[in-house]
Write a protein that binds this ligand. Structure first.
Ligand code: PGA
Ligand code: ZN
Length: 403
């Protein structure tokens, strides 16, 4: 395929922060993609190129300048070939020269173009490329937002209701539970009552004075709906006290004490998974918790593994986790995100595909999760249209797959 024209521009994400949007044209075909952006990022992620003022003008210029120029000179047989070319063109280990945001925008739009050319839905093109069996992921619905996504009104970053089954029934369950929780919260949360604050990912963000209260609420929802369970993203990088301990609700905990908290929560509540229970390089703490919770609850790496096949391999050698979060923008190309899924599945682990806390209307992650047959998808709460778009796309895919 010859990509004749590339456009790029800066658009606002859900936090109003600039992010990259790319449009590719090839003959009659055209495809667009926009790139999400994280806030609780891992230090080992590929580098999102930001200008001194927080803008993405340099990244946009890299797409319309060097990348467009180089791509116009060539003909690509596959999206994979194009990704390989982009990775080599950047020629840094972390995509810091052209920017992971610039490269991923082109990479996703190109995947869409090649799917159009083949006349297949995007999820199907991804499944063929990744050699995976497509299927509906569990919905990880982030019903209560905390941590850096909500000024630490709740200590952990994400309180998730995991909904299993067909997307249409899982989403109906999630909607009922989300609505019920929204109606309950004003009378039970601390503070003024009235409107419930919302967090960055479209979930509620109440305040409570105990660590357990949000789990009691989640457990009540889970008890009401079969096929549901609890997950959290502790995002423990953000809980560090600057030494080797962690702070929750103003109290300091050593790693083994934090481990005990997780253990007690898992014993008491119907847990499915715990993400980033410790900071990004605390491998031995991950190993200990994974051993303690084996068969009871998945331990998920996010900042710990950063969608990087090499870090996933190292985690495998250590036996540090049992599931991996897959965020394409942590590694900066569709090709490498697929390789991260492969490394995850090779380890016998669960892959959970994820949006970022700064999102756009782009629904690529829904097709990606379905295409690779992911264990789950994190697409946020139901109180923000950019999150709902992903769930809506999964509903569309359910229909496409039945045809
Ligand atoms: P982020 O949060 O997009 O702000 O990194 C999501 C997560 O930690 O899973
Ligand atoms: Zn996370």
């Amino acid at each position: 395929m010859k990509i004749e024209r590339i456009e790029a521009k800066s658009i606002p994400d859900t936090r109003g922060k600039p992010t990259v949007e790319v449009t590719l044209h090839a003959g009659e075909l055209s495809a667009r993609a926009s790139v999400p952006s994280g806030k609780s990022t891992g230090s080992h992620e590929a580098k999102e190129l930001r200008d001194a003022d927080g803008g993405v003008e340099t990244a946009v210029a890299n797409v319309t300048g060097e990348i467009a120029r180089e791509i116009a000179l060539r003909d690509f047989a596959s999206a994979d070939e194009l990704d390989t070319f982009l990775i080599a063109l950047d020629n840094t280990p972390d995509k810091s020269r052209l920017g992971a945001n610039a490269i991923l925008g082109v990479s996703i739009a190109a995947q869409r173009l090649f799917a159009q050319q083949a006349g297949v839905p995007l999820w199907k093109a991804i499944a063929e490329r990744a050699k995976t069996t497509p299927g509906a992921p569990r919905l990880y619905v982030n019903v209560m937002n905390g941590g850096v996504h909500a000024d630490f009104r709740l200590p952990f970053q994400e309180y998730i209701l995991v909904c299993e089954g067909k997307t249409s029934s899982a989403l109906a369950t999630a909607r009922a539970a989300f609505e019920k929780l929204g109606a309950e919260l004003p009378s039970i949360m601390l503070g003024t009552g009235g409107d419930v604050p919302m967090g960055d990912e479209g979930g509620y963000s109440p305040t409570f004075d105990t660590l357990e209260k949000p789990f009691e609420l989640l457990a009540a929802l889970a008890a009401e709906h079969s096929g549901t369970s609890i997950a959290i993203d502790a995002a423990a990088n953000e809980l560090r006290d600057g030494k080797s301990n962690y702070i929750l609700l103003k109290k300091t905990y050593a790693p083994n004490e934090l481990g005990m908290i997780y253990h007690t929560l898992v014993e008491r509540f119907p847990f499915h998974s715990i993400e980033d229970p410790f900071s990004e390089d605390a491998t031995q703490d991950f190993v200990r918790l994974t051993d303690a919770l084996r068969g009871k609850c998945l331990v998920v790496g996010d900042d710990f593994t950063v969608t990087n096949p090499e870090r996933i391999e190292a985690a495998r050698e250590a036996g540090a986790i049992t599931a991996v979060l897959i965020k394409p923008n942590q590694i900066g190309s569709v090709k490498e995100a697929i390789e991260a899924v492969e490394a995850t599945h090779d380890a016998g682990w669960a892959a959970i595909c994820s949006h970022r806390s700064g999102e756009t209307m782009d629904t690529f992650i829904a097709d990606f999760a379905y295409g690779v047959g992911a264990h789950g998808i994190k697409a946020g709460g139901l109180g923000q249209k950019q999150r709902l778009e992903k769930y809506e796309r999964l509903l569309e895919i359910e229909k496409e797959a039945e045809r």
